[in-house]
Design a protein around this ligand. Structure first.
Ligand code: GLP
Length: 265
């Protein structure tokens, strides 16, 4: 795993935006669409706003981009401000030149959920798989809504949310009671099939779970630890999120060497 420790959250957002823009640029040169896996929550907001800025200054186009979001609450209408459909529209899609018919957020409202989950998996497959999956991380180590105990071989399905996750996300709802109890989420195996993965984390509140993810054992009790199995994962952290890592000096040295190697090649 590549672990990148930067001083500030702003630098984390810019780093992530550089990765997304480089990929879109490369796929454009290859005359291929870019298939992006997207995340919600507070963490990627800075990335999305950076992408909007770069789009508005003509540096990046989303005209040949398809997107697949990790998850959606069950029972929340796409038009509700609490839905992830709405979040994506407000925080990214309506500000850029993306074709909305090429954006996919799991369908969970008034549908057969198991059919919806299979269709979502099929759509990813038909698109040729995800080139880059963006991830945040829950305080307990969940990715998407793969809560603790999620099978490392899981695919898109309905999961029951933990009390911790519902409390953490209550800030987006009227009260804790209004937070849905279930969500449809890509599985861990679905996420691991992406060509590359970029996990972002900011703040001291994520420090312990980041340590467990990178330096702990692979376990369903910390779903993000499954990323250790993937050959192309980058974890980009601000100082606070990296503050519990035992091998921080080593990661910093690896990044310095990466810079030296790329300059000498
Ligand atoms: C939710 C989302 C996750 C996200 C997590 C952390 O549970 N389903 O994809 O990573 O929240 O959110 P935040 O970035 O607000 O800490």
């Amino acid at each position: 795993m590549r672990v990148v420790v930067l001083e500030t959250a702003k630098q984390v957002n810019e780093f992530a935006a550089d990765v997304v823009c480089a990929l879109i640029g490369l796929r454009q040169q290859q005359h291929q669409p870019t298939i992006l896996g997207l995340a919600t929550g507070g963490t990627p907001l800075g990335l999305y706003s950076e992408l909007i800025t770069r789009h508005q200054s003509g540096k990046i186009s989303f005209s040949n981009v398809d997107t697949f979001n990790l998850d959606e609450y069950v029972g929340v209408a796409p038009s509700s401000p609490c839905s992830y459909h709405y979040y994506m529209l407000e925080n990214l899609f309506r500000h850029v030149d993306i074709d909305l018919t090429r954006t996919h957020v799991p369908q969970t409202y008034d549908v057969d959920l198991s059919e919806s989950a299979s269709r979502f998996e099929r759509q990813i497959e038909q698109a040729g798989g995800i080139d880059l999956q963006i991830l945040g991380i829950g305080v307990d180590g969940h990715i998407g809504f793969n809560e603790i105990g999620s099978s490392l071989g899981s695919r898109t399905r309905v999961k029951t949310l933990t009390h911790q996750t519902r409390s953490d996300n209550a800030r987006y709802f009227e009260s804790l009671e209004h937070v849905p109890r279930t969500a449809l989420t890509m599985g861990i195996a679905t996420i691991l099939e992406s060509q590359s993965i970029l996990l972002m984390a900011h703040g001291a509140g994520k420090a312990q779970t980041i340590r467990n993810t990178i330096e702990g054992p692979i376990t369903a009790s910390v779903p993000a630890s499954a990323l250790q199995l993937h050959p192309d994962v980058t974890i980009v952290l601000d100082e606070a999120a990296a503050s519990s890592l035992s091998n921080k000096e080593y990661y910093l040295e690896s990044e310095r060497n990466r810079g030296l190697l790329s300059r000498s090649s």
